[in-house]
Design a protein around this ligand. Structure first.
Ligand code: NAI
Ligand code: BGC
Length: 256
């Protein structure tokens, strides 16, 4: 099924992990995709080849999305690459582990500028384009279960994802008259490089798995499947909410 025939999608932070899986999934259903990362390396080259092998077009735009001027230029360049842009997946995200009382301004800015400011102004650039051109547009933000549940020692990360929750609620109302939809995807524990330390620490990993009713981590492809649904016309009446892909982690209950 080619749900994204003639659609162009920009996925931020897509040279690895969840973003890479999202870009590949969208391409597998017909989209031409624009990858993004701070720099194009062999992984990016390999991902683009996978897309062109599927018979779709692929392009890579280098940009650090934590800087407003870069993220705005990224969206503008993405529009220019194939002449239009239909889907924006704000996936790039970072986290910093530190006790709240030791968090520095630099750490705070690193997390908030990437996870919130870049998303906010990237969406703004996309909305201006869709509004000016009177084109519909779809936005998916990669939030986290931690827009909802606590993650001690990751206060800035939780603040950024909690803010994405309200940003999406708010924008759904403002953007609906423009024929634009916006939703969040909230992954639980997904096996990607962001979790490398956890994956290398058996005790920590076992503790985490005890809190996941399905007793396993998810895959980037599990997340990409949900993103693809929300980007597609199957979700044409879906806006302003968060959809969890977490093996049951968020609302689990430990039976005694
Ligand atoms: P990852 O660390 O494997 O990938 C993140 C990607 O974003 C990397 O390619 C990185 O280079 C890119 N990136 C980071 N900052 C950037 C910037 N300023 N400009 C451009 N690119 C940048 O992490 P993963 O797991 O794939 O995470 C993707 C998203 O999913 C993040 O927003 C993360 O918060 C979210 N998430 C991940 C979960 C997990 O368990 N892996 C769970 C919940 C949410
Ligand atoms: C974090 C991961 C964490 C997962 C489950 C994600 O938002 O990025 O580090 O393992 O949530 O707690």
């Amino acid at each position: 099924m080619n749900r994204f025939e003639n659609k162009v999608a920009l996925v931020t932070g897509s040279s690895q992990g969840i973003g890479a899986a999202c870009a590949l999934r969208l391409a597998s259903e017909g989209a031409d995709v624009i990858f993004n990362g701070r720099t194009l390396d062999e992984r990016g080259e390999g991902l683009m080849k996978q897309v062109t092998d599927m018979g779709r077009k692929a392009h890579f735009l280098e940009a650090d999305v934590s800087k407003i001027q870069n993220v705005v230029k990224l969206v503008q360049d993405a529009i220019a690459v194939y002449g239009h842009l239909d889907i924006l997946v704000n996936n790039a995200g970072v986290e910093k582990n530190n006790d709240f009382w030791n968090v520095t301004e630099e750490e705070y800015d690193f997390v908030m500028d990437t996870n919130l400011k870049g998303v906010f102004f990237g969406i703004q650039a996309f909305v201006k384009y869709c509004k000016d051109q009177q084109r519909p547009g779809v936005i998916v933000n990669m939030s986290s279960v931690h827009e909802e549940i606590v993650f001690p020692h990751f206060a800035a990360y939780c603040a950024s994802k909690g803010a994405l929750k309200m940003l999406t609620r708010n924008l759904a109302t403002e953007l609906a008259p423009l024929n634009m939809r916006v939703n969040n995807v909230a992954p639980g524990a997904i096996a990607t490089p962001i979790n490398q330390k956890l994956l290398n620490n058996k005790e920590q990993l076992d503790n985490l798995l005890e809190n996941i009713p399905m007793r396993k981590m998810g895959t980037p492809e599990d997340v990409a499947a949900l993103v693809a649904f929300l980007c597609s016309d199957d979700a044409k009446y879906v806006t302003g909410s968060t959809y969890f892909v977490d093996g049951g982690l968020t609302y689990h209950y430990e039976e005694q």
